[in-house]
Design a protein around this ligand. Structure first.
Ligand code: 5GP
Length: 143
């Protein structure tokens, strides 16, 4: 999969939006969904996706989708910072496989960073779901 292609309705995030696959949700509205990354690179790693756009990446996204996702990523970053007290927060996203993208439904990562703790490898090591639920509840309490 590269930067260019067609949107795959069966991608994992589309399935989460449709309720066909479970996700540990932090918040949602009619436009966006924030949920915990199941292979977290650090404690509190979460994702923000559009519930309505079929953009595979940032280059394809409608302006209002970018605006909604940026606002949601900021909201999530602020709540994660308040809840988990990290020393930093990375907000990022990847476009195309060579850039590191593995799921081709536009998403932003919100990754809390802690002094002295190296970043885990991208997409490796599945989290304990109960731990993710506890983290999501803690972050949601700061919204
Ligand atoms: P990308 O590499 O496309 O920027 O990021 C995709 C992210 O989705 C990765 O960080 C990966 O851990 C996460 N991910 C992949 N499959 C699932 C899943 O089924 N559920 C959740 N919650 N996250 C997933």
């Amino acid at each position: 999969m590269s930067l260019y292609g067609t949107y795959d309705e069966a991608n994992i995030f589309a399935r989460i939006v449709r309720g066909e696959m479970p996700a540990v949700k932090v918040f949602e509205d009619d436009q966006v969904l924030a949920f915990m990354d199941v292979f977290p690179q650090s404690k509190g790693h979460a994702l923000v996706i559009s519930k309505v756009s079929k953009a595979r990446n940032l280059l394809e996204a409608e302006q209002q989708t970018v605006a909604a996702l940026a606002a949601a990523a900021q909201k999530l970053a602020k709540a994660a910072a308040a809840a988990l007290k990290p020393d930093g927060v990375v907000v990022t996203q990847f476009n195309g496989a060579p850039a590191g993208q593995t799921v081709f439904h536009l998403h932003f990562h919100v990754i809390p960073r802690y002094e002295g703790e190296p970043l885990g490898r991208h997409g490796e090591g599945m989290a304990d779901i109960e731990e993710l639920k506890a983290l999501a509840a803690k972050i949601a309490a700061e919204l």
